[in-house]
Design a protein. Structure first.
Length: 397
């Protein structure tokens, strides 16, 4: 189209199969792993038209010029596949000499070390359209693949934070569902019959005992509510750095990075359910002769004075077993969505050594993270720190 304008078009097709692990396909059900989602043939057909404007004087270490790139990726729809998303991206980069002395008054040569100010603005968004893909897991959030959503952190965007550690989160509540509940005598290993208390015998359990362990989506109080990283449907990043040549291939670059992964579109809650795992231990109780749960008072009253321990006659200890399904409700409607909820910024400097053979710099990054959230209850998986030292290869932009 012009000297500095380029058009591009890319196409990709991929198929993903999610299957049971090998231990779930053997003959021993006791070693099964909880599986929340299985499906074969999750196809994605994507076309990505792009337009770019580029006046940079070098593709490696530019010292002057501007680059603008816009991409709109369309997945599904008339292209086929099971996933329907649209993902526009905008990136702006600009470089100019600053306090470069005589170098700024002369013609800037590509590749010549020059004190240079560089900046980048990056925006991305992804959303689903049409009929969203439904899955029984967090592999998809609101119809968009989790791996296509936006997670910030790392040397490519906000240098002082761990890779993919900045993301909206949603609380996860764990609940249980049981079926085929039964009682087993601990001493004999015999499964007890279910009889009403007035018809009890030595090998029976009252229905009311089993009813206490038959639940449907009952919140599990033993599992704390924890945050799930769901990624943003949008990201906004700004990078600023000043590249100072020192000697030969060595540079020092003070930098400032700020960005956020956030959510623009409202989300509905999602649930993921495991398979029913057979014969799980649900509890342990002491039954009286009527097959009901024995109270401590009646056990003491029935214990003869000459007893030297153990349960009185007619009382027995039993295991309560049954098939158990674990459900995790991801409360996406209560996720942290605002651009200000998840923004982080980092400032510092990095020492670069340009490696001539591979044409990429080795970087030693020193970063301060003033608004790092160090509380473990906010981010229990990635411990954010106020200071960071990292080694990396390549460039941020």
């Amino acid at each position: 189209m012009g000297r500095f304008i380029r058009l591009g078009l890319a196409y990709s097709f991929q198929t993903t199969d999610i299957i049971d692990p090998a231990v779930n396909r053997d003959s021993d059900p006791t070693n099964d792993i909880l599986v929340t989602f299985r499906q074969s043939g999750v196809t994605q057909s994507t076309v990505s038209p792009s337009i770019s404007y580029n006046t940079l004087n070098s593709s490696l270490d530019p010292t002057k010029g501007t680059a603008v790139t816009m991409v709109a990726s369309l997945t599904g729809g008339i292209l086929g596949g099971k996933v329907n998303t649209i993902a526009p991206t905008f990136e702006y980069k600009h470089f100019r000499p600053l306090f470069a002395g005589r170098e700024a008054r002369a013609r800037i040569e590509a590749g010549k070390p020059t004190r240079t100010l560089g900046m980048r603005v990056l925006f991305g968004h992804i959303s689903s359209y049409g009929t969203p893909f439904e899955s029984n897991s967090l592999s998809f959030v609101g119809g968009t693949p989790l791996f296509s959503r936006f997670f910030l952190g790392g040397e490519q965007d906000i240098r002082g934070f761990n890779i993919r550690s900045i993301s909206p989160t949603a609380p996860v509540v764990t609940s249980n569902t049981t079926q085929n509940v039964h009682a087993t005598d601990i001493l004999s290993g015999q499964t007890l019959q279910v009889r009403r208390p007035e018809h009890a015998n030595g090998n029976s359990v009252a229905p009311s005992v089993l009813d206490q362990f038959i639940v449907t989506n009952q919140v599990d109080p033993t599992v704390p509510i924890f945050p799930a990283f769901i990624g943003g449907d949008s990201q906004l990043v700004f990078n600023l750095e000043y590249r100072i040549p020192i000697i030969g291939p060595i540079q020092f670059a003070p930098f400032f990075d700020i960005g956020s992964a956030f959510i623009l579109q409202g989300l509905s809650n999602q649930s993921e359910k495991s398979e029913f795992i057979p014969n799980q231990l649900l509890g342990q109780v002491i039954l009286n002769p009527r097959g009901e749960i024995a109270k401590a008072k009646e056990i003491r009253k029935a214990t003869p004075p000459e007893s030297q321990g153990g349960l009185p006659p007619g009382f027995r200890q039993v295991f309560i077993n049954g098939d158990k399904q674990i459900s995790r409700d991801v409360l996406l409607s209560r996720s942290s969505t605002s651009i200000l909820d998840n923004y982080r910024y980092s400032l510092g400097g990095e020492l670069r050594v340009q490696v001539p053979v591979i044409n990429v710099p080795f970087r030693l990054i020193f970063a301060l993270n003033p608004n790092a959230r160090t509380e473990a209850d906010i981010n229990p998986f990635f411990f954010e720190k106020k200071k960071a030292i990292r080694f990396s290869v390549g460039r941020t932009f």
